[in-house]
Write a protein that binds this ligand. Sequence first.
Ligand code: M6R
Length: 610
Amino acid sequence: MCGIIGYTGQNDSVPILIEGLKALEYRGYDSAGISVSKDNSIKTVKSKGRLDRLAEKIKQTGNIFGNCGIGHTRWATHGEPSDVNSHPHCAETLALVHNGIIENYAEIEEVLVGAGYTFESDTDTERAAKLIDMFYKKEHDPLYAIRKACRVIRGSYALGIIFNDIKDTIFATRKDSPLIVSKSDSGCLIASDIPAILGYTREYYRLGEGIIAKIEKSDITFYDENGDTTEATLEKINWNVEQAQKGGFPHFMLKEIHDEPDAVRKTLSPHMKDGLPYFDVPLLDTEKIASFDRIHIVACGTAMHAGIIGKTVIERLARIPVNVEIASEFRYRDPILGKNDLVILISQSGETADTLAALRHCKAEGVFTLAIVNVVGSSVAREADAVLYTGAGPEIAVASTKAYTVQCALLYLMAIRIALAANKISTGEAANLCASMLKTIPESIYDILSKNDVIRNIASRLVSCEHAFFIGRDMDASIATEASLKLKEISYIHSEAYAAGELKHGTISLVTDGTPVVALATVEKICEKTVSGIREVKSRGGYVIVATTPSLAEKYNIPYDSIIPLPEIPEFLLPFPLITSVQMLAYHVSALKGLDVDKPRNLAKSVTVE
Ligand code: M6R
């Protein structure tokens, strides 16, 4: 949802800005731009489209260089992607980049029009730039101007600003949108996210809400809302450069699917002790768990789909009712939250605006909140009562894969912990489950990775279709939701997930000759019923791809046109190789179609606006 980079230091800022934008392109990629300051003037180059177009334009423009600059890669909110709507936005005294949404931009525009301003773009950001410009012209004090403007602005923002008469200095501030600042040997940087600074430093400061940072060549000063200087905590980066690179794979998505076995181990191991689940948070003490009446899981997109898996497994093992809620709906529908309820927020980025807003709603209602987050120190992680980190490492592809797998793995482990505390399973059973998770999940994912060619062949059957369905029952129905999302978001094939028994209540009218239907069949107790659903599809000419184990296929005489053979492992853990297999299927369809797998149209990795 827009990437911001800024650099001031000993070197020319232009290559550093371009490299930083490349590392942030997953956050938005419909247009990009940079502004560089030199000798009391700011030069700006902006371009619709991908970064290489901007780089080409910079080359053509020629003489753009300078030690201090800001850059931006955009996911459009106000105004279509175009050169003029791209950031940075300039006013007479400054250039500014913004990530977020300014809700009262129309009011601000009215004030500015009254003061004689005119506008070039359709963006909320240009209004913010000109508002700061108006205040700057009054006092010639950048801190005053930014503070005054931020008091007027409603909405979310991370801002990077350079003034044409303040040499080699960037100002930054934020509210509800992420921004980090850091020092390196050759200068100081601002960025939306860690991958942009990984090549320069291992340490950074996460800018606090409402704090203004003044970033000079070798110094960073933080100011609080009253204008007094304040301290920030230096944090260490626990990712390395290689983790945020493709590592020889043609796409980040494929590389990240291959990361899954290791990511599962890195997620589970820190949360196991003496062979049992171990969560070092008071919220998951035995007594506390016993007091929970209900659990709510709140998240968006893929993370919400992991929540559905969490519901299935927690209810099955611990017999505690679990609601799964879409974060963007949650707080607006006045949810019933009891004092003995636990709310689990799930987020890869920890910056998703809807999830963060849901978390704040729960806190205001006095309900316990527990976050499952991948990015250390992110907003959701910091604001929840307790946090459990997943060990996926950086996830760059817009389509989430390894983050989902590890979210599911952690929810499984939590389910075992909750079931143990609620006396629904014995210590011996819990120990057996833990041991088998740690060993079998990574092994079974490797098994699926080795079936790459089989899955690619099946994918080739989907390439030319316009619609597809994923069906399954019980746990398989939960996984179908994510399988369907994966396919549609990167292949642009319309796809729907259905509980296999529900298809006949309407949707089966869409199944005609050759319609692909992917049937997930791993739950033995209901396999016969799933088979009935598959037969209904086949009798209407549907092309059935089944994902199941060879033994279930044989025992239940499952009809199919193609099969994704899953490894013969305990049913409880079959969801994991199944998840990987449907991620691979979606990946291959997209790659075979020649699409931009890692950057699907209209999307961005981290959705920091509501
Ligand atoms: O960072 P989060 O996990 O909070 O993101 C939530 C969704 O935006 C995200 O899972 C999205 O649905 C995926 N990119 C889809 O693959």
